[in-house]
Design a binder for this molecule. Structure first.
Ligand code: M6R
Length: 609
């Protein structure tokens, strides 16, 4: 949701902290702030709006070799400077930055107000700062005070704290919200995401839940909430420094759309066995015996990841003949889910940090369910809390609007479906055909990207449409939903994605002459019915943009514009179909002049429920 960056070493902290925040800004961009310590004084700069506003207001930066910063997406109170991080205690002795939500904040606030604290903001973070501040004022070390304060809170907290009277150390802690520490010579960095550390170091430790790290330029001590020492493994940061660079592209979204052939290639690498027509999934092997007894698969996720889950559920039922559903993780967690030993639960999340997905995961785990994870972020909470899983290796996704993660995750579910299908009744021959199709997929996505300029022309024509409809059938109902989500999210246009069947039960009333409709009509068992739907739409005057196989003359005749699909295996059609929809949404948002990578009101990773 928000980004945290901290530094302690011999260099000026400002540039390093702001540099790290820039790489994390996609996680929240309502406000930004930095505190440094110089001459035993806290130097604070905060600003509403993008990080750029903070830099413009402080062209000289702030002095000091120790600093912490935050870029946020507001959860408590309005977006005002008073509510920006970092927050100080009432004596202005300590400063903290915080990701997460403190659930018992009102009780703690009332207690502190009764003791005389006058709060300057509406935030839960200031309450935590005051608890820590009172601890150090009472003589505790910063670390002991952080531990004592964390024991009093209910909720989540990834924090970094600094004490102006002890400017030799930073204290970082993880209660639910990710925190990583970068290791260097005479310096340490701390961040909420390894992406921020990569320009400075390729070595890190990842704090586990309920761990606290005390950092000096030359040492790290990690303890748990009982102050027992914890041994930490040094891990390699896999990102390349340039992974978060925009390169030749105008926006990260466009870059990420075009990265899809490479990303999909990485998702597949080493995972296909053409000789036996099967997928090789490392994590799967560790659970082989239990998986043999699985009789139902429940995917769960949020947003775009939920659409990739729907693709997976369809493929699982269609090809593995395995009952499968895709559930909205937020609803699953409040539904008292039925958990049994013959069900495999599959959590999908690009970030691996979406709170609703993690809450559902923990609920299922607490009941003994077997959980697999599909995620893009190595070391994320999801990857740590599932029984086994698969990294999709799509590379960092910076644009808030998810594109390459969708296709990589959908591909991840394909591999899972193929693996199950081959354990059940898919023949080796049919498995080989599917594997060949997957091998061709990256190149076929490349072909779909060649239609960018046609998508742009359509986007410019319909950028002011009052309503846009996306229709599909089978696995492409999910793709229709994903296409509509893209348009709503970055172009702020009303849109609906639905099945061609569902359309007739109400939404067709929205169609008037000239209404733009995207129709997904691949040459599979859904084609005939989709053609019926096209005729219904045409009769109401819709302008139909169809994605269909290049030689489909019947679709070409009905549609006003056709984006051709190359000949392909029906199992991969969702991944091909979504490409023009991503491009269309991008170019609509571009035509409207919106801030494409940072759409209003949104953040990359929703870490609150
Ligand atoms: O990180 P996750 O995949 O768990 O995120 C889930 C959703 O918040 C996310 O997919 C969201 O819907 C995207 N911004 C859509 O583009």
């Amino acid at each position: 949701m928000c980004g945290i960056m901290g530094y302690i070493g011999n260099q000026e902290a400002w540039g390093i902290v702001v540099g790290g925040l820039r790489r994390l800004e996609y996680r929240g961009y309502d406000s930004a702030g930095v505190v440094t310590v110089s001459g035993k004084a806290l130097r604070l700069a905060r600003s509403v709006g993008h990080l750029r506003a903070l830099e413009d207001a402080n062209p000289e930066g702030l002095p000091g070799n120790i600093g912490i910063g935050h870029t946020s997406w507001a959860t408590h109170g309005g977006v005002t400077e008073a509510n920006c991080h970092p927050h100080l205690d009432s004596k202005s002795r300590i400063a903290i930055v915080h990701n997460g939500i403190i659930d018992n904040v009102e009780a703690l606030r009332a207690e502190l107000v009764a003791k005389g604290t006058q709060f300057r903001s509406e935030t839960d973070t200031e309450v935590l700062a005051e608890l820590i501040g009172r601890g150090v004022e009472a003589g505790l070390s910063l670390r002991d005070s952080v531990v004592a304060a964390l024991k009093r809170i209910e909720g989540t907290a990834g924090i970094v704290a600094v004490d102006r009277l002890d400017p030799e150390r930073l204290v970082a802690a993880r209660i639910g919200s990710p925190v990583v520490v970068g290791l260097g010579e005479g310096a340490c960095w701390v961040a909420s995401d390894a992406l921020a550390l990569r320009p400075y170091t390729d070595r890190m430790i990842v704090l586990d839940d309920s761990e606290i790290a005390e950092l000096t330029p030359n040492s790290i001590k990690t303890v748990d909430l009982e102050q027992r020492s914890r041994e930490k493994r040094v891990e390699k940061i896999l990102h390349q420094p340039e992974d978060a660079d925009i390169g030749q592209f105008a926006h990260f979204m466009l870059k990420e759309i075009h990265e899809q052939p490479v990303a999909l290639d990485r998702t597949l690498r080493g995972r296909l066995d053409a000789s036996i027509g099967n997928a090789r999934l490392g994590g799967f092997q560790t659970q082989e015996q239990r998986l043999f007894d699985i009789r139902r698969v429940v995917f769960f996720a949020c947003g775009t990841s939920l659409y990739s889950a729907q693709v997976g559920a369809y493929l699982m039922s269609r090809y593995a003949r395995m009952p499968a559903t895709a559930e909205d993780a937020a609803e699953l967690s409040v539904q008292n889910p039925i958990v049994d030993r013959q069900t495999l639960y599959v959590a999908i999340s690009q970030s691996g940090e979406t709170a609703d997905t993690l809450v559902a995961l923990r609920e299922i785990r607490s009941r003994g369910g077997l959980i697999a994870g599909i995620t893009n972020v190595v070391g994320s909470s999801l990857s740590r809390e599932t029984d086994f899983g698969m990294y999709v290796h799509a590379g960092p996704e910076i644009s808030v609007c998810s594109t390459k993660a969708f296709t990589a995750q959908a591909l991840g579910t394909e591999l899972l479906a193929l693996r199950f299908a081959r354990m059940r009744d898919l023949s080796a021959n049919d498995g080989r055909l599917w594997v060949e199709a997957l091998e061709r997929l990256p190149q076929q996505v490349r072909l779909m990207l060649e239609h960018a300029s046609a998508c742009r022309e359509l986007a410019e024509r319909f950028c002011n449409a009052r309503f846009t409809m996306f229709v599909g059938r089978g696995p492409n109902v999910a793709v229709a939903g994903e296409g509509a989500l893209k348009l709503k999210e970055i172009a702020y246009l009303p849109a609906e994605g639905l099945s061609g069947a569902g359309m007739k039960h109400g939404p067709l009333a929205l169609i008037e002459p000239g209404s733009p409709v995207w129709a997904l009509v691949p040459p599979d068992e859904t084609r005939e019915r989709m053609i019926g739907n096209l005729r219904e739409l045409k009769a109401r005057g819709a302008f139909i943009m169809a994605v269909a196989q290049s030689d489909d003359s019947e679709v070409a005749q009905i549609a006003d514009h056709m984006v051709p699909l190359p000949p392909h295996h029906p199992a991969v059609s969702p991944i091909l179909n979504v490409i023009p929809l991503q491009l269309y949404a991008y170019y609509v948002a571009l035509a409207k002049g919106y801030d494409i990578d940072k759409p209003r009101n949104l953040a990359k990773s929703v870490t609150v429920t």
